[in-house]
Design a protein around this ligand. Structure first.
Ligand code: NAD
Ligand code: MG
Length: 382
């Protein structure tokens, strides 16, 4: 039996993780569930999966949930302390991190220090704190399994191969719903347009990140940390059909790629069962029906958020945090209808130009950089 702490259990990745646990009751069990404030959803999950603990970040929601779950014997925790406790409970073998944003940093670090394996969906954590997390993974002898579909595809394409023989990583991107729009058209796009992703059904924040290509920028940084490669070792290729989820080019010219219909259950299940591949009821790719796959280069001038990711990664230190935190803030403002679509990249750049960055930031310095970036974004909203 593998016991799992599901952090962010009410989200897109979280609910798909629970679907997999539900299908494998004899092998997997959810021992902790966490969310921000979705009480109804997490109450239903708690009653179905009967975890040892449930943690809500929002304290009022935790109080209400505690009243509702009084008959169950489930412990209800709250706040950051509650998330940290849920991520480190002794019963958990593996922690699946699927909360959205930088809130994931401290629980992930705590889980590693408690000797838990990590199934990582929460890419913002690695972008901001990869320089802390990757050495900790080694130090504590735990395993890190990528859940992000591209990184899972790379991980699968590296399986059983000699790392020394890798020439380049090929990271694919769908290009999002605005792939063919001109810059002028992008300026007028609204949240409801951006939330219509052509291939993937995901949480709201990552769907916007996908439309700006900031998601791809974050994924390039995530890949650098996960696979110990440099920016120039990664080629980003737009592949609108989202069938090749990423690939590895080897020095003999061979490309190993992982293909499949776009469905996050595959990478989630691979992370939980690695290296086994149990049956999964997802749509199969019919190559003849698909008939063709196309590829193009990303355009960093229309999708400036993608270009700024490279600037942030090259600057290093706390700059990726400034990039990420400014993006988180700007996306929230965009979803609230307060700024335009192209303002997202503009505000990221404003924050990168004004916040002083530090090399090799500690967790406190990362959180300080986050506050400064948010303030810089707020100061530049027109
Ligand atoms: P989502 O918005 O659907 O769900 C987010 C979850 O985090 C919810 O359970 C929510 O309650 C919780 N949460 C939000 N704020 C919180 C807070 N302050 N404290 C505690 N919990 C909080 O998001 P998602 O699409 O499932 O994405 C989750 C993570 O996985 C993100 O980092 C995203 O980039 C990454 N990811 C998602 C997908 C996908 O297909 N959805 C693919 C690859 C990577
Ligand atoms: Mg991805």
């Amino acid at each position: 039996m593998k016991n799992i702490a599901v952090m962010g259990s009410t989200g897109s990745i979280g609910t798909q993780t629970l679907e997999i646990i539900r299908k494998h009751r004899d092998e997997l069990s959810a021992v902790a569930l966490t969310a921000n404030s979705s009480i109804d959803e997490i109450e239903a999950q708690a009653r179905e999966f009967m975890p040892k603990v449930v943690a809500m970040y929002d304290k009022d929601s935790a109080e209400e949930l505690s009243r509702r779950l009084a008959d169950t014997g489930i412990t209800v925790l709250s706040g950051m302390d509650g998330l940290m406790e849920a991520a480190t409970i002794s019963e958990a073998d593996i922690v699946l991190t699927a909360m959205v944003g930088m809130i994931g940093i401290r629980p992930t670090i705590a889980a590693i220090k408690a000797g838990k394996d990590i199934a990582l969906a929460n890419k913002e954590t690695l972008v901001c704190a990869g320089h802390i997390i990757m050495p900790l993974i080694k130090e504590h002898g735990v395993s890190l399994y990528p859940v992000d579909s591209e990184h899972s595809a790379i991980f699968q394409s590296l399986h059983g191969e000699d790392k020394e023989a890798v020439e380049r990583i090929i990271l694919t991107a769908s290009g999002g719903p605005f792939r063919t729009k001109t810059y002028e058209e992008l300026c007028t796009m609204k949240a409801e347009d951006a939330l219509k992703h052509p291939n993937w059904s995901m949480g709201r924040k990552i769907t916007i990140d996908s439309a700006t290509l900031v998601n791809k920028g974050l994924e390039v940084m995530e890949a650098c940390h996960l696979f110990g490669v440099g920016l120039d070792d990664i080629e980003v290729v737009i592949h609108p059909q989202s069938i090749i989820h990423s690939a590895v080019l080897y020095r003999d010219g061979a490309i190993m790629a992982q293909m499949g219909c776009p469905d996050m259950k595959l990478p989630i299940q691979y992370a939980l069962f690695y290296p086994k591949r149990p049956y999964l009821d997802v749509k199969r790719v019919d190559l003849v029906e698909l008939s063709s796959m196309t590829f193009e280069r990303p355009d960093p001038e229309r999708f400036k958020g993608f270009k700024y990711a490279y600037e942030a990664a090259r600057a290093g230190g706390s700059m990726p945090t400034v990039y990420n935190a400014a993006n988180e803030r700007a996306v929230a403002l965009f979803l609230d209808g307060k700024i335009s679509f192209t303002d997202i990249a503009r505000l990221i750049k404003c924050a990168m130009d004004t916040v002083t960055t530090v090399p090799d930031p500690s967790v406190d310095e990362i959180l300080e950089a986050e506050r400064s970036a948010v303030a810089a974004v707020d100061a530049n909203v027109i």
